[in-house]
Design a protein around this ligand. Structure first.
Ligand SMILES: Nc1nc2c([nH]c(=O)n2[C@H]2C[C@H](O)[C@@H](COP(=O)(O)OP(=O)(O)OP(=O)(O)O)O2)c(=O)[nH]1
Length: 160
């Protein structure tokens, strides 16, 4: 074990992996409003949850979306940074995904779903889980580490 990974293990002894899906369709992505636990109820997130032992990230996401939304998805590339949930217990990895069967419904864990246009005012009017804001930034092409990138993405316009 290298010194770096030893330090990593020591600093974050009980981290658990969480996966989240940005399900995209027709230029929109799916947002879901949580029903539990009470401290997080009413906050918006990307569908997903904790990975189970022996499950890779795509398999965990397919299972969560089947359970929570009643749909089958295909999982694409990772999007945005990996982040730690405040408290440090969970590490969240987010992936782009598309629907392959079914229409999402708030079957379990959520009481409302919305299809949102990245960058539209409605996105920022919702009360998201804290960590998800870096993913919203990534979907809008904004890198908060690099102030130049916001200006760069604003330049990429047809006729611009
Ligand atoms: N699903 C999901 N969880 C997120 C996101 N952002 C974020 O900070 N989290 C946090 C909330 C929770 O503390 C943790 C995931 O927990 P969860 O309650 O969704 O996991 P789960 O579905 O496996 O829950 P459970 O069956 O164990 O109750 O990660 C997100 O976009 N989606």
């Amino acid at each position: 074990m290298t010194r770096t990974s030893a330090a990593h293990e020591r600093d974050r002894p009980e981290q658990r992996a969480v996966v989240a899906a940005v399900i995209e369709r027709d230029g929109r992505f799916l947002a879901a409003r949580r029903t539990a636990p009470p401290a997080l109820a009413g906050r918006w997130e990307f569908p997903g949850g904790k990975t189970e032992p022996g499950e890779d990230d795509p398999a965990a996401l397919r299972r969560e979306c089947r359970e929570e939304l009643g749909v089958e998805i295909a999982v694409g590339p990772q999007v945005g940074p990996v982040y730690l949930v405040p408290g440090g217990t969970f590490e969240v990895r987010t992936y782009r995904a598309v629907l392959v069967a079914g229409e999402p419904a708030p079957i379990e864990s959520h009481d409302e779903l919305r299809w949102l246009v990245p960058g539209s005012p409605e996105v920022r009017e919702l009360d998201w889980l804290e960590g998800d804001y870096v993913i919203l930034d990534a979907l809008e092409g904004v890198d908060r580490q690099d102030p130049e990138s916001a200006a760069d993405s604003a330049l990429i316009r047809p006729n611009g």
